[in-house]
Design a protein around this ligand. Structure first.
Ligand code: SF4
Length: 315
């Protein structure tokens, strides 16, 4: 797989573009995830023509359509930012991005939870920064996160799983536009989807089982939007345990009663929070290899992202 292309708020890469001339370098993004990613940096405030340093800004007014206003002198930069964002988004549409990592709490780049104030400076609610909102409205299926939320192991794993699925979908769509290809794509993602949402797993299964219900492009669009919606739900311990038990069922014939008991103990330890997911996965991967279990061999759930990211190593 080629490197994954992700948009990112420039200051997270260490670029000194913040209002105070500083940056917000995030080492996980640059040093760890960066090994698999081609970053496309975006600084809405600087690229829309504002200088470094500059007066700090915040969001003011109606939470549905807040304005971007400097805090001390009250200069309104909303129109400038909206016009620039419209043009920038057209450029980004041709970049084949698989996601975007936003700077949290920024009135331009924050994807959610950015404070909105009344004209006299009282916090009245929260929303998204002006550019981040326009971006998410234009690309609703693209995985997005902010660097603050990526410190949470579950949210980090979820985001990274989704960008890898997005990339695989992009590659599949560039090579294969057949319904048979879609069926194969779905077959290899079944357990991953099940771990996120049994409900979406069933819906997607029905979709590929009866593809003639839709015109082909409509089918692909519906499949992908349902897939990305399902993957947004977190793969919890309970849902993962269900998938692990499902996998264990494939080895009923081959394993001795002692081995079956060992596998059950390992899954139970994961379920009770005594072992990370990597532990039962490693044992199951061993059996998948040993017995060349064809259905499980093709499952992206076995290795949804590089081991080096160590996303399944936490309890
Ligand atoms: S938060 Fe966004 S607008 Fe602010 S410096 Fe970083 S990239 Fe630029």
């Amino acid at each position: 797989m080629d490197k994954i292309k992700l948009g990112i708020s420039s200051c997270l890469l260490g670029e000194k573009v913040r209002y105070d001339g500083g940056h917000k370098l995030d080492h996980f993004l640059t040093d760890t995830l960066g090994a698999y990613v081609d970053w496309v940096p975006v600084c809405p405030e600087v690229e829309s023509g504002l200088p470094v340093p500059r007066e700090a800004m915040h969001l003011v007014g109606d939470s549905a359509v807040p304005r971007l206003v400097t805090i001390r002198s009250g200069v309104d930069h909303t129109t400038r930012m909206r016009q620039w964002a419209g043009k920038k988004i057209k450029v980004l549409a041709s970049e084949d991005l698989c996601g975007f990592v936003f700077k949290s709490r920024s009135p331009s780049s924050g994807m959610r939870g950015v404070k909105i104030y009344s004209p006299d400076g009282i916090p009245t609610g929260t929303g998204a920064g002006i550019f981040a909102k326009a971006f998410q409205d234009r690309f609703p299926l693209l995985p997005v996160e902010d660097e603050g939320r990526l410190h949470d192991p579950a949210l980090r794993e979820n985001f990274i799983e989704r960008i890898f699925v997005y990339k695989r979908w992009q590659e599949f769509r560039s090579l294969d536009k057949t319904v048979g290809g879609l069926v194969s794509f779905h077959a290899s993602h079944k357990l991953l989807i099940m771990a996120h949402s049994p409900k979406h797993y069933s819906a997607l299964g029905r979709l590929v089982a009866d593809p003639k219900q839709h015109r082909r492009e409509e089918l692909f669009g519906l499949y992908f939007s349902t897939l990305m919606e399902g993957l947004q739900l977190l793969a919890t311990v309970k849902k993962n345990t269900n998938v692990l038990q499902h996998m264990a069922g494939y080895f009923k014939q081959q394993l001795s009663s002692d081995e079956k008991q060992e596998l059950q103990n390992v899954i139970e330890n994961y379920h009770r929070g005594l072992a990370p997911l990597i532990v039962p996965m490693t044992l199951l991967q061993h059996y998948v290899r040993k017995y060349s279990e064809k259905y499980l061999e093709q499952q992206t759930y076995l290795t949804p992202h590089p081991l080096e990211l160590m996303l399944r190593n936490h309890v």
